[in-house]
Design a protein. Sequence first.
Length: 448
Amino acid sequence: MTDIAVTQELAAWTVGLKAADIPASVRAEGLRTFVNWLGCAVGGCEHETVDRALAVAVPFSGPQRASVIGRKERLDELHAALINGISSHVLDYDDTHLKTIVHPAGPVASALLAVAEERGVSGEDFLTALIAGVEVECRIANSVYPDHYDRGWHITGTAGVFGAAAAVGRLLGLDKQQMTWAYGLAATQSSGLREMFGTMTKSFHPGRAAQNGALAAFLAKANYDSSERGIEAPRGFANVLSTKQDYNEILGKLGEVWEAGLNTYKPYACGIVIHPAIDGCQQLRDRLGARVSQIRSVELVTHPLVLELTGKKTPRTGLEGKFSVYHAAAVALIRGDGSPAAFTDEAVSDREIVALREKVSARADESVHEDAVHITVTFDDGSKEELHVAHAVGSLEKPLSNDAISEKFLRQSAPILGEQQTATLIELAWNLPQTADVGTIARASCKK
């Protein structure tokens, strides 16, 4: 029980936020979040998961007012939010709020761009709404993590719906009462199960969160009411879906301490907890050279969460490979790769990779940080090489630079849109704050 009007106070902050209230550093991170998301959405747009979802969505689509990123098709705003949310997450290459393992932009940016495209929204207003949505999403995630996640909820889907509702609600000009209802509508649509990891349905979660959050905002705009305590009520989101409810994580220092400023961006296209192992194995590959072919065994000592999330020893598909620390270590040692090409159906069945994968073992140790790994490689002659990674590339301690984010964008987009269109799109994305109409960015992201 709580006497604090959490939902209403969060709604008041959301509608009252002004661009000038957001520190320059947070706005800069918000821009990085957008650029990274857009590159990932293009990169995933031709995945078979997107093909199948789009084939289902097209017959049900209303007016074709919103772009499907990276493709020629257009859909109504709600279906575009769904498909773009799927494509931005399907490669597991998107952003990560490391405190909660939430991928904030998938639900928020996918809903926001779809709704903004035909409304003449300025880049500054769009960026403010994006940051508001990410902040709401991450704070709500903080309030229930880790208990909520440990119970089996995919927190990107469950918290993401609130972020999408917040962002779209700002574009629609919701007042405090309407935003309160929007959060209630979001709460009752909060879902996503970790059981789905390694399947197409994992990327459905941020897509559905984007679609449902946008729908919540549209319904609230029409004065479709809901509980005004959707988050904190005894039978509301936090109490039903978690054994932990820390509402100070939602309201404490709101507008002073910014979770949206703590976002990170993946250098590798897989579960974030595998990144230290890939980082370390790539370093070892560079050090070992031809001796990689003489490896007898590879031992990884990791945080327990690594094995809980990515303990698939014999992945059968590329999507399952994204949740196999064994495959990730093997492909990094053999190919030096952590890109989407390392997590294809071909890669997980490659004989050389499979042979080394079978030599990889992993042991959980609670004293090892989630962002660390200790690797011991033993060779056929009995000699050993060891490496400890304290913080992986892409972490808060070793963040990707803007240039690295642009390069990641280019690698994903060029094969789909071509180098010239990709270069134009990257420039437009980085110039978001100066853009008069974000619809120009959405339309520039489509295949000609």
